[in-house]
Ligand binder design. Structure first.
Ligand code: AR6
Length: 166
């Protein structure tokens, strides 16, 4: 089942939340900042042991003070106009996050923010198409996948795409 939730991802009571991080994995603004604030200082200590992360890849940590048991940190591409492998890298973020969740073994519910669509500038509609395609591919492996959006416009974007049978 794929659901849409509008609001802060740290509020969600799921097994894992995905973080739209940067190469350092040491925190930042946007959803990354919110997750680090809510998880507490132990999160950055755990992230320091991971030696960063490549764009399109993902790594997981415990969720510490979050209600989510795990945070899966992924690094989305910066949008440079679309001819710099952005789509494949964004798709890889979703796919690697799902693969890590499956390998973890005890993640049945997972929530994703709209990776790369904030500071990294990825056009929201193109990003939503990629997110939803990969979510549909992995839908059978999870009890619930949540697309967590922040704005009413993003909620409507996901709602219209998810209700479109094509
Ligand atoms: N919960 C859910 N979604 C959120 C939240 C939240 N609390 N806060 C923002 N969003 P961004 P990026 C939405 O900029 O583009 C960081 O500094 C937001 O509206 O957080 O991948 C990292 O450290 C947008 O739709 O991530 C990196 O340096 C989406 O989350 C860089 O930003 C992603 O926006 C990553 O940029």
């Amino acid at each position: 089942m794929i659901e849409i939730f509008q609001g802060g991802i740290t509020e969600l009571d799921v097994d894992a939340i995905v973080n739209a991080a940067n190469h350092s994995l040491l925190g930042g603004g946007g959803v990354d900042g919110a997750i680090h604030r809510a998880a507490g200082m132990r999160l950055v200590e755990a992230c320091k042991l991971l030696n960063g992360c490549d764009t399109g890849d993902a790594k997981n940590t415990p969720g510490f003070d979050l209600s989510a048991s795990y945070v899966i940190h992924t690094v989305g591409p910066i949008w440079y106009g679309g001819d710099n492998n952005e789509a494949a890298l964004l798709e890889s973020c979703y796919r690697r996050s799902f693969e890590i969740a499956i390998a973890q073994g005890d993640i049945k519910t997972i929530a994703f923010p709209s990776i790369s669509t904030g500071v990294y500038g990825y056009p929201k509609e193109k990003a939503a198409d990629i997110a939803i395609n990969v979510m549909k591919e992995f839908e059978g492996e999870f009890e619930k996948i949540i697309a967590c959006v922040f704005s009413p416009n993003d909620f409507e974007l996901y709602r219209s795409k998810l209700s479109d049978p094509s």
